[in-house]
Design a protein around this ligand. Structure first.
Ligand code: SF4
Length: 611
């Protein structure tokens, strides 16, 4: 039996995975034979899906959208795969330059180095993104579409309580991790080290993938004489695109790729990874499909969510589940300090928020949520919402941006994953409640992949006049950040943009509440919500809020969420004129809905709080 890296990281999740995999006939051809073309194709397609989902996660699409079908998004465009391939090739080229051309890398598995090793009759195998071998040494390079910030930002407290970086700089675009001598290890360091080696943590999973390859190679007989080094190659979060193009394609310098050397960490992890190989063999031999404890290994709402998630979580109720409780990731403590996690409760058979023993519900927010679930009555703090509305100035400009969080920067001044704005919509509400969906609507849409940013900014500044009217957005962090970026790209518009920035109000806070703003409004008591309804299921996203106040819906629209919008924009270049016209219309309708939705929520909110 052949066991790929992907299968390995799934089998190591829990004891049940192997049994379900077998029982439900999830045997990929890869398990039968991975040498023939068909098997290779199947492994490649699995890997591609995984990579597209990883890209979407890095683009923060899993946090922004709450569409249950979000994971299918990756299937809708090959463009994402093209981007991932490009990142791998950029990394390969950089590595090749460094190691004098003796590097095996390339698009697709056929061009990559295969490492395999047999243990107890099982053939474990993997393909290495870039592989270098000389007489004395071997370098294993894994490419991930994440950014260097994830490594640069990790700090621990040393013995003097001073903050130190976990990873040390080796140059402008490389880092190295060295294990501290025992005498210097602190509790804070141990905690961070545990995170790095935790295969289910956001960063640990990248490291674990590399550790699998490193361990597999180091177990081979012919590797014993050679020094093995291991690296992750990621996007440099501080790389700023110069704006140079060759044949209309962006020209990137090698600095766009950031190398993180992890050889010492690999050696530190090896004893555990070797144990994991034995654990996997035992699990495959047993093929036990009986239920096991649920937990982080199921990777809920993650691009690596287990494919058996629905089977194992079938007892979780659709409504009022424990997963709808806000701040649940902090766990639940009772008055005597006993702490339980969400999964502790689930594994005890408590999966509805309504079943959690009262003594464990100490957070005020959760108390409000549970009360609303029980009474099925919406919760309002009309006084506070009224105060927010009283502070509005007219005309109100309801504003929304659509953007493409491009992993590879496309325009001068952009960095990896910068949100490249391609569309905005504005509804102008001249007096309270008066705004027509069509007549009072303005907008801008870039209809190709050229740099339209200055045009877009100019239009934005033309539409939003210096008249002191409030600029209403939903979740202001996003729009504020974009406007600050515009100020940086186009300083000549700074004054106007700064004025817009200072006038931003966030409709989400009217409902979710904000302690700082409300204390300025004169409210002494700290409150956590101004509105809650069972339909929100723990989320204040506009898609959840909308049906609470209006009959508007995204269901009838062709484009239903921000991810679909940018994917359609991405596909512009593959469309004929007719398809493009239809897509442009759909994009305008979608973005228009977002700003009209804000107007309608506000309008109906007025009706409720001034009743
Ligand atoms: S959903 Fe969780 S418990 Fe079930 S097989 Fe997957 S990882 Fe194991």
């Amino acid at each position: 039996m052949n066991i790929s890296k992907t299968l390995f990281v799934n089998l190591i999740r829990c004891e049940r995975y192997s049994g379900l995999h077998e029982t439900l006939n999830f045997h990929e051809r890869a398990i039968i034979s991975f040498e023939d073309d068909e098997s290779l194709k199947e492994i490649q397609s699995q890997l591609n899906e995984e990579k597209k989902l990883a890209l979407l996660e890095n683009m923060k699409m899993f946090e922004i959208d709450e569409d249950p079908a979000k994971q299918d998004l990756s299937l809708k465009t090959e463009k994402l795969m093209e981007i991932y391939n490009q990142i791998e090739l950029l990394a390969g080229k950089k590595i090749q330059k460094k190691y004098d051309g003796k590097v095996i890398y390339g698009k697709g598995l056929k061009n990559q180095k295969k490492i395999s090793h047999k243990i107890e009759g099982y053939n474990f195998f993997t393909f290495v993104d870039a592989f270098y071998e000389s007489e004395k040494s071997v370098n294993i390079h894994e490419v991930k579409a994440t950014t260097s910030n994830k490594f640069l930002d990790i700090e621990y407290k040393n013995k003097n309580g001073k903050k130190e970086k976990m990873f040390k700089k080796k140059g402008d675009s490389s880092l190295c991790f060295n294990i501290l001598p025992k005498s210097e290890i602190t509790e804070s360091y141990k905690k961070k080290l545990n995170k790095l080696t935790d295969k289910f943590s956001k960063i640990g999973r990248y490291i674990y993938d590399l550790a699998f390859q490193y361990c597999l190679y180091s177990m081979k007989k012919d590797s014993k004489e050679k020094e093995i080094r291991a690296y992750l190659n990621v996007l440099n979060s501080r790389f700023v695109f110069s704006g140079d193009y060759i044949n209309s394609l962006p020209k990137y310098s090698d600095d766009i790729i950031f190398e993180v050397e992890l050889t010492e960490l690999m050696d530190y992890m090896m004893p555990n990874i070797r144990q994991d190989f034995l654990k996997v063999i035992e699990r495959v031999n047993n093929n036990n499909a009986s239920p096991v404890k649920l937990g982080r290994h199921c990777m809920k709402n993650d691009h690596r969510e287990c494919k058996f998630y629905k089977i194992c979580h079938k007892e979780i109720p659709e409504k009022n589940s424990i997963f709808t409780l806000i701040d649940r990731h902090h766990g639940f403590k009772n008055k005597s300090g006993e702490k339980k996690s969400v999964y502790d409760f689930i594994n005890e058979g408590i999966s509805s928020a309504l079943e959690i023993p009262d003594q464990f519900v100490q957070r005020e927010r959760n108390r409000v949520q549970i009360e609303v679930m029980k009474t099925k009555t919406k919760y309002f703090d009309k006084n506070r919402i009224r105060k927010y509305i009283d502070n509005l100035k007219y005309p109100i400009y309801h504003l929304d941006f659509e953007s493409f969080p491009s992993p590879l920067p496309r325009f001068k001044g952009e960095k990896p994953y910068d949100q490249s704005v391609f569309q905005f919509s504005i509804h102008i509400e001249k007096t309270p409640g008066n705004c027509d969906i069509l007549l009072d609507h303005k907008g801008y849409l870039a209809t190709n992949h050229h740099d339209h940013r200055e045009d877009l900014v100019k239009e934005l500044c033309n539409i939003i006049r210096k008249d002191q009217g409030s600029v209403m957005v939903y979740h202001k962090q996003f729009e504020e950040k974009r406007i600050k970026e515009f100020m940086n790209y186009f300083p000549s518009y700074s004054d106007k943009l700064k004025d817009i920035l200072n006038r931003i109000v966030d409709l989400k806070l009217f409902l979710k509440g904000n302690i700082e703003l409300e204390s300025k409004m004169g409210f002494q008591e700290k409150k956590l919500f101004n509105f809650y309804s069972p339909g929100l299921e723990g989320s204040f996203s506009i898609k959840k809020i909308l049906p609470e106040f209006t009959d508007l819906s995204y269901e009838n629209l062709e484009i239903k969420n921000g991810s679909e919008a940018f994917i359609k924009y991405l596909e512009f270049e593959n469309m004929n004129d007719k398809e493009k016209k239809v897509t442009e219309k759909n994009l305008i309708e979608y973005c228009r809905q977002d700003t009209y939705a804000m107007h309608m929520i506000l309008k109906n909110l007025r009706g409720i709080v001034y009743d």
